[in-house]
Design a binder for this molecule. Structure first.
Ligand code: SF4
Length: 334
């Protein structure tokens, strides 16, 4: 089975960029799960070129366009970043070009009809629909079907792409809707939406790969409970370790706000920096000198990867809640 049977990549656009920029060395960046398709992508580019060039692959993790190894990028004339839209909080170096990878996966009529029935039974008539970079076209066609069935799609579809820590125009439409639909594989993005709106509206995760949908609110409530318990635990922490990232995950404005707040409360902080953060690195740097940890790089690391750690490990938003004693609203992500 070929990658191109399931995903559409605009190779002609890549060739256009290569023609314009005349690179000798090209680096391909692919999202996790797509990397083994590098060979097909590289071959499809090389076979169209009249002169030989290097088309290499970046094997480092690529969970989003926020995370790039700037030293590696500097070794290449052109970097083709496939499958993510540009990260809204960061401008990468000018040799990086973003190219869409569009999934050909579709939602069946049967699933859509079940979704419409569920919405009708639940009196959901106004929705916002969000998605990830791979399903933009499918989002438009589903929005059309919802509109034809009398459902009001409130948000701007040109702005429907969200990230795990950035939710487009959700804040401006959240009070106008009965529910949010998140069209994406898995529940990562839908959970993010649920946390952002504090589970105040139903979040429907519509998964094109599973051809199914589920309402996320139980999962969001469970996650909120865990996260709030971490915030309570960290409230009296005297010594904080801030763990920051690099490139688009280096957030100096957040680090500055946190360090100033910690200092103003007469507490202490230490700062650690890493390009990629996982449990092993946290165990290496953790000690009895630290009461609470806040990860300022990717806010989902604290939520998804390190939730079982024996000390509170917080997102920036949670750290602000704990330090400012602002507990009425779950602040996510920053
Ligand atoms: S959730 Fe994490 S990986 Fe995803 S865009 Fe945000 S910082 Fe990057």
């Amino acid at each position: 089975m070929s990658f191109f049977e399931f995903y559409e990549v605009d190779v002609s656009k890549i060739l256009e960029v290569i023609k314009e920029r005349k690179p000798r060395k090209v680096l391909i960046q692919l999202p996790e799960g797509f990397k083994r398709h590098y060979y097909e992508v590289a071959d499809s580019i090389k076979k169209e070129l009249e002169y030989p060039i290097d088309v290499d692959v970046d094997l480092s993790p690529s969970y989003g366009s926020c995370f790039m190894d700037l030293n590696m990028l500097a070794n290449y004339d052109l970097v083709i970043h496939l499958g993510h839209d540009p990260y809204p909080y960061w401008q990468p170096p000018s040799n990086v070009v973003f190219i869409d990878v569009a999934s050909r996966t579709r939602i069946s009529e049967e699933t859509l009809n079940k979704l419409l029935k569920f919405m009708n039974d639940s009196k959901i008539s106004k929705v916002a629909i969000y998605t990830t970079a791979q399903h933009k076209a499918l989002t438009r066609s589903i929005a059309d079907k919802l509109l034809n069935a009398g459902v009001n799609v409130v948000n701007t579809l040109e702005k429907s792409v969200i990230f795990g820590c950035w939710f487009s125009d959700l804040d401006t439409v959240k009070d106008l809707i009965d529910a949010v639909i998140v069209l994406a594989g898995g529940s990562f993005h839908a959970l993010g939406v649920g946390l952002r709106i504090n589970a105040r509206k139903p979040v429907i995760s519509l998964d094109p790969y599973m051809d199914s949908f589920k309402v996320m609110n139980d999962e969001v409530y469970k996650t909120l409970k865990v996260r709030l318990s971490k915030v309570f635990e960290a409230q009296n922490a005297e010594r904080w370790l801030i763990v920051g990232g690099v490139a688009g995950q280096y957030r100096p404005y957040i680090i500055k706000a946190l360090t100033e707040l910690i200092k103003s409360l007469g507490r202490r902080y230490y700062y650690a920096s890493a390009s990629y953060i996982n449990k092993e690195l946290i165990v290496n740097i953790d000690s009895k000198n630290v009461d609470a940890i806040v990860i300022t790089s990717c806010p989902r690391i604290a939520i998804e990867d390190l939730r079982d750690y024996h000390k509170p490990i917080l997102t920036p938003g949670e750290a602000f809640m704990a330090l400012k004693n602002e507990l009425n609203h779950y602040r996510f992500p920053f």
